[in-house]
Design a protein around this ligand. Structure first.
Ligand code: SF4
Length: 333
């Protein structure tokens, strides 16, 4: 069951005495966030707005919505990061899943024993609190377990879908990675950014899955899109308008470089980068978007839609350089 740290919300309200608050978080948590908003209204008799727009991560906070609503505090729930707050208005609230990994961790540790000696554990924000327990289980089976250090917003052992510092610090020391949680999204990116075997422990189905092949499929699709963009005459360079994904400087740098290489580049700004929205740009042959890299690697677009590392790889190809290991970086932005 997901447990939201309501104690912290009440503590912040008691201290700051806001006139109104707003709350948001990932879609899977919306009904729990609604309950918390009800609790806040009943307890403090102030408006508590639930922001229903998408909220993919700490890069997608919707503070402009909180500003528009006049809310004094925005509680962002369920995106645990190494910081307690972001900017003057946003307070990060932890939400942990207390589901047990005991059985699936034992099954995985027992089955993989003959293949690997040193493993590293990684997870997303919801299961961070279970790293220590799972580490002890694997150690009981004789593995050396190393935990990668966090950096910036990332805690130790935590990865985002585009940022992998704790995985990278360990890559020369480990035989494979174990990801705690039911997320192909996170586990596949660990393979793509390290090129090491990765297993996902699913605590709900009590199964573990090797995600290496699935990730290689995504990687091949990412490479194909780069080659398909090589002959594009006119490139649409999309700047995402979500606050934490806004990368105007990066877009302008890419534009300058591509123009020097003979491409015509149109700057485009979009909040939601979807096939439906980009279809209106009929004269564009290929796109590079500098917002969320996973929009390009995980979604289907009719015309090539490159992320930042793919865009940089395209530039290398245009200069006749190798693009080997272009995704094997700590941060895809
Ligand atoms: S993968 Fe996308 S949604 Fe997730 S943190 Fe990175 S930019 Fe944000």
């Amino acid at each position: 069951m997901m447990i939201i740290d309501k104690r912290k919300i009440y503590e912040v309200i008691d201290n700051q005495k806001p006139n109104s608050v707003a709350l948001n978080g990932p879609e899977g948590l919306v009904s729990r966030i609604q309950e918390v908003a009800d609790n806040v209204e009943e307890r403090y008799h102030i408006p508590a707005y639930v922001i229903g727009d998408t909220c993919w991560g700490s890069c997608d906070l919707n503070t402009h919505a909180a500003d528009l609503l006049g809310a004094d505090i925005l509680f962002n729930i369920g995106h645990t990061i190494a910081m307690q707050s972001l900017g003057r208005k946003v307070v990060m609230i932890n939400a942990y899943d207390d589901v047990s990994f005991e059985n699936v961790a034992r099954k995985c540790a027992s089955d993989l024993k003959a293949r690997y000696r040193t493993l590293s554990l990684l997870t997303d924000s919801q299961h961070l609190s279970q790293i220590t327990t799972v580490k002890k289980i694997f150690e009981e089976y004789g593995y050396d377990i190393v935990i990668g250090r966090g950096k910036g917003q990332l805690n130790d052992a935590q990865v985002f879908g585009c940022e992998f510092y704790p995985a990278h610090y360990m890559q020369n020391r480990v035989d494979a990675y174990i990801f705690l949680g039911q997320s192909m999204f996170h586990s596949a990116s660990i393979v793509m950014s390290t090129e090491k075997p990765t297993y996902m422990l699913d605590p709900y189905y009590q199964e573990y899955t090797e995600v290496t092949e699935f990730a290689r499929g995504l990687q091949k699709k990412a490479v194909l899109a780069i080659y398909n963009a090589l002959d594009a005459q006119r490139i649409g360079l999309i700047i995402g308008l979500k606050e934490g994904q806004y990368a105007q400087v990066r877009a302008l740098e890419l534009k300058r470089t591509l123009e020097k290489l003979g491409k015509k580049v149109q700057l485009i700004a979009l909040t939601e980068i979807t096939e439906e929205r980009v279809q209106i740009f009929k004269e564009i042959d290929a796109f590079i978007q500098v917002a969320c890299p996973r929009i390009s690697t995980d979604n289907h677009f009719k015309k090539p839609m490159l992320s930042v590392p793919q865009g940089l790889a395209l530039i290398k190809l245009l200069k006749n350089e190798s693009i080997e290991g272009f995704l094997k970086v700590q941060h895809w932005l």
